[in-house]
Design a protein around this ligand. Structure first.
Ligand code: C5P
Length: 214
C-alpha cells in the first residue's frame, strides 16, 4: 500500500493536460511529473551524442540514465525533440526503463500528478483518479499555432495540423502502451471548454475521490 494519492492524467499533445496537471498539483500540494519530458530527455541525449534513434539497446541505455529531477521544459520543448521522443517511445525497452522511474516517482507522499499517454492504463493502473483530457485535432493545432504566433514566431497552420495528426497516429497505433483512455477514466473534452472550466470539473472529480479515500 502506498502513502501517495495518485492522479493520472492522459491525452494527446496540446489538449491542455500540461496546464491542468500543473494547476492541480499546485492546488493539492502534490508532486508533478510530465512524463513526456522523460521521453524527450532520452531522445535529446541521443541527438546530442549523435547516436541513432532506431537502435533499441542504445536508446534503452539513455533512458536508464534520465534523471527525473531537473527536466527542463524550455530546453526539451523543441519540435525535433518531440518527434524523436515519439519515435523512441514505440520501443518496449525504452518504455520499461522510463515506466520504472515514473512508478517510483508516483509513490512520493502525500500525492502525485503524472501526465502522459499511458499513466492510467500502464504506469499507475490503480490510481484513484484518472482523467483523459482531449480536444479535436483542429483545436489543438490552432492552439499550437496561436502559441507560436503569440511568441512572435511564424507558423504554417496546415503543417502544424498534419504534424498533430501524425503524432496522434504514432501514439495511438503503437503496439506497446498505445495512447487510450483507461476504462475507468473521466473524459474531459476541452475543445469548447476553457481551461478554468476544465480545472473546476477536474477538482470536483478529485475532491469526490479524496473524500472516498479519507
Ligand atoms: O507529451 P509530449 O509531447 O512531451 O510527449 C512526447 C512524446 O513522448 C509523445 O508524442 C509520446 O510519443 C511519448 N510519450 C509516451 N508516453 C508518455 C508520455 C509521452 O509515449 N507517458
Amino acid at each position: 500500500m502506498s502513502d501517495s494519492f495518485i492522479i493520472a492524467i492522459d491525452g494527446p499533445a496540446a489538449a491542455g493536460k500540461g496546464t491542468l496537471s500543473r494547476g492541480i498539483a499546485e492546488q493539492y500540494g502534490f508532486h508533478h511529473l510530465d512524463t513526456g519530458l522523460t521521453y524527450r530527455a532520452a531522445a535529446k541525449a541521443l541527438i546530442d551524442a549523435g547516436l541513432p534513434l532506431d537502435d533499441e539497446t542504445i536508446a534503452e541505455k539513455m533512458a536508464r540514465e534520465v534523471e527525473l529531477t531537473g527536466l527542463d521544459r524550455d530546453i526539451l520543448s523543441r519540435h525535433e525533440i518531440g518527434e524523436a521522443a515519439s519515435k523512441i517511445a514505440v520501443m518496449p525497452a525504452v518504455r520499461r526503463a522510463l515506466v520504472e522511474a515514473q512508478r517510483r516517482f508516483s509513490e512520493r507522499p502525500p500525492g502525485t500528478v503524472l501526465d502522459g499517454r499511458d499513466i492510467g492504463t500502464v504506469v499507475c493502473p490503480a490510481a484513484p483518479v484518472k482523467l483523459y483530457v482531449t480536444a479535436s485535432p483542429e483545436v489543438r493545432a490552432k492552439r499550437r499555432y496561436d502559441e507560436i504566433i503569440g511568441k512572435g514566431g511564424s507558423a504554417d497552420f496546415d503543417a502544424i495540423f498534419e504534424d498533430v495528426k501524425r503524432r496522434d497516429d504514432r501514439d495511438m497505433n503503437r503496439a506497446d502502451s498505445p495512447m487510450k483512455p483507461a476504462n475507468d477514466a473521466h473524459l474531459l473534452d476541452t475543445s469548447e471548454m476553457s481551461i478554468e472550466a476544465a480545472f473546476q470539473a477536474a477538482r470536483s472529480i478529485i475532491d469526490a475521490a479524496l473524500s472516498r479515500n479519507a
